[in-house]
Design a protein around this ligand. Structure first.
Ligand code: DLL
Length: 433
């Protein structure tokens, strides 16, 4: 463990630490960010009234829209002279959000990522290839600083240039690959189709650090078997930190949240009501130590649940279930709620279906239509129309029985669906275009 004291803190002690840190964080936000002052005042809440975790329900929630309204620096709690770095969320669903870090925030960020890497078994003896994009996205620099903090040899290659990724894996003896899960599959695919001579098994690659987008257990199996590695999940969001808000341990059974830096709650996404441990809903974050950009009760839209399970790894930190979707990702198809990850789970459970697919939703006249474009393995594809049709029928039936929606299946030639170097685009909702 990178920081045993905090990662194994007894629950009661951790809660008192959270209360102390929350007192500071709420006051820091109130005193230094006019937006928080006015929203706390409106809700009739003053940070001096905060004495225990149950008081959190009185603190107003922060939405993505409110963050956007304060673009670019409106939510910063320190002067710009104290900010040493900014990152930004992609802004694909609206205005980008700019997030800032002080020197100390960068220390905390690096430590959380170092803890994550250590929880996957990495040490200073490892060689860590960072194939997340470097730049305004938090993935590249986040993993980079965390890897250096751990003391590992860090390869800052960024995303893309797959041939070069392979060369470095082989020549430098990379042991950990950090990338989106979809880019890891893209690398596996590249080896299969363009570099069958490249023997991944004979390299030193042993594990992958995958996150930034949802990926199912089926996807984990695909990546593990294709790249001959252990695939671990790392989670985070720019508004709260970047990667390293939570991470799996080698048990691969949920992600430990670094609760000494983030207070987490699960709420009903429709009503905002706080849910009990074990109930599924939207995860809400409050930063406990962030100086530049305190995030107070931020509704993330990510859907998960929290639980304690006496993890064999020894960490006492609460676990969150693998995030398989966001409340705003949910597709409503003819009245039925469907998460893209549910479709992925069905697809990955069918022999011969490749992990390359796209879900296209459209509205013809008044009815919603869903079409899944996917690839199957080369051998089956070349067996001809009868095989392809039978497989399409099987996929459609499985989707109907698992999700109660009728989907049109379109099997396309191998290598047709665009491969990703960062976050994959799995859903095209033409109703929103
Ligand atoms: O994706 C931070 C990150 C970088 C995490 C590298 C892990 C590795 P954003 O670009 O702000 O930050 O996107 C955050 O991505 O709210 C989730 O919806 C999704 N997400 C991130 N990690 C995971 C994960 C980075 N492990 C948004 N599983 C979040 C599922 C994830 N979804």
């Amino acid at each position: 463990m990178f920081n045993k004291e905090f990662e194994t803190m007894p629950e009661k002690k951790l809660q008192s630490l959270q209360v102390e840190r929350l007192k500071w964080s709420l006051k820091h936000a109130y005193d230094n960010v006019p937006f928080y002052k006015s929203s706390f005042d409106k809700a009739g809440f003053h940070p001096d009234q905060f004495n225990s975790l149950s008081d959190m329900r009185r603190v107003p929630m922060l939405t993505k829209q409110e963050m956007r309204n304060n673009y670019p620096f409106g939510l910063f709690a320190v002067p710009l002279s104290k900010i040493v770095r900014v990152h930004s969320s992609s802004g694909t669903t609206g205005n980008a959000t700019v997030v800032g870090y002080t020197k100390n925030d960068i220390e905390v960020f690096s430590e959380c990522v170092a803890r994550s890497l250590a929880s996957f078994g990495a040490t200073e003896n490892d060689i860590i290839q960072v194939a997340y994009g470097y730049g305004l996205f938090t993935g590249g620099l986040g993993l980079h600083y965390g890897s250096e903090k751990l003391g590992a040899l860090t390869i800052p290659i960024s995303g893309g240039n797959t041939e070069r990724q392979l060369m470095l894996i082989k020549d430098l003896g990379t042991t950990f690959l950090c990338s989106t899960p979809s880019y890891a599959l893209n690398i596996a695919d590249y080896i299969e189709t363009k570099r069958p001579d490249f023997d991944i098994k004979s390299t030193k690659l042993k594990a992958g650090v995958f996150g930034a987008e949802p990926w199912t257990e089926g996807m984990r199996k695909e990546i593990e078997s294709k790249l001959h590695i252990d695939a671990y999940d790392i989670y985070g969001l720019s508004e709260v930190l970047g990667p390293g808000v939570s991470s799996e341990c080698t048990e691969k059974s949920g992600l430990h949240v670094f609760e000494d830096h983030f207070y987490v709650e699960i709420v009903n996404p429709d009503t905002g009501e706080i849910l009990q441990e074990g109930e599924k809903g939207e995860i809400v974050y409050t930063s406990l130590t962030k100086e530049a950009f305190p995030t107070i009760r931020y509704s993330s839209k990510d859907i998960t649940k929290l639980y304690h399970d006496n993890c064999k790894c020894g960490r006492t930190l609460v676990k969150m279930e693998k995030v398989t979707g966001r409340s705003d990702d949910m597709l409503i198809i003819r009245g039925v709620n469907v998460f893209p990850s549910q479709i992925e789970s069905v697809l990955m459970g069918i022999e011969g279906v490749e992990p390359h697919y796209q879900i296209i939703v459209d509205r013809k006249k008044t009815l919603d239509d869903i079409e899944i474009t996917l690839e199957i393995n080369e051998k089956l594809y070349h067996e001809g129309a009868a095989t392809v049709n039978a497989l399409s029928k099987k996929i459609s039936e499985r989707i109907k029985s698992a999700l109660s929606v009728s989907a049109k299946i379109l099997v396309v030639a191998p290598q047709t669906i665009a491969r990703s170097e960062g976050k994959a685009v799995r859903v095209i909702d033409k109703r929103k275009l």
